[in-house]
Design a protein around this ligand. Sequence first.
Ligand code: IPE
Ligand code: IPE
Ligand code: MG
Length: 237
Amino acid sequence: MSNNVNALPRHVAFIMDGNGRWAKKRGLPRTAGHREGAKVLRRLIRDLSDIGIEYATFYAFSTENWKRSDEEVSALMKLLEENLDDLVNYENENIRLRFIGGRERLSPLLCEKMQKGEDKSRDRTGMTVTIAINYGGRDDIVRAAKKSAELISEGYLKPDDLTEDLFTSMLQTEDIPPVDLMIRTGGEIRISNFLIWQISYAELYFTDTLWCDFGKKDLEKAIDEYMTRNRRYGDAR
Ligand code: IPE
Ligand code: IPE
Ligand code: MG
């Protein structure tokens, strides 16, 4: 495309929304939507990797999603447990897997699988896939604030030496670049406490397409639009 102004986004983040509505439309329980959504996630990881995206981050469960019924929460947790094995075994795709979000409330089995996945894929050189489970942007910032407060109270850091870059490195996304493109499916126009610090200059893309219907064509459309946007960063260009 001749009017592209940006290169491919390095980091694409996804708010995978609309699974419940997808299931409802078909007269199925919400959990059937989540099951289908997990398939879409696995397919999309391949597509992203084929396109050449370096970092992809997926919102799987928010700190607010605990408000849902016990039945839905346990179905979501079980699906995560089931799908992690496949995600980890993306040997050929050379995917490096990471997780963000608080692990305190997660089951020992899920935590064990997450840890194994990270350990097993740590040295892979392909796309970095980050899955956000029990993640909240505000929680991420408070955890980083606590870390910096500890460093200061222990005398390792002076308040004046706390810079934006240093603070960024204390977030759970420590070694991941800022988000270039954030895509939300499912029609809502909000961030729902996802990577609120990390999207400060991201391009936002909202689509009515439900997550379960989101495919490679939709991804390419979002990326094409991103590539034509003038990011400007406060400059007057
Ligand atoms: C997104 O789909 C998946 C999670 C939040 C875990 P929803 O379950 O929010 O689906 P809708 O928004 O109710 O359709
Ligand atoms: C955002 O979706 C969280 C995830 C996709 C994991 P929600 O469905 O929870 O968001 P709200 O409640 O509509 O803001
Ligand atoms: Mg939703």
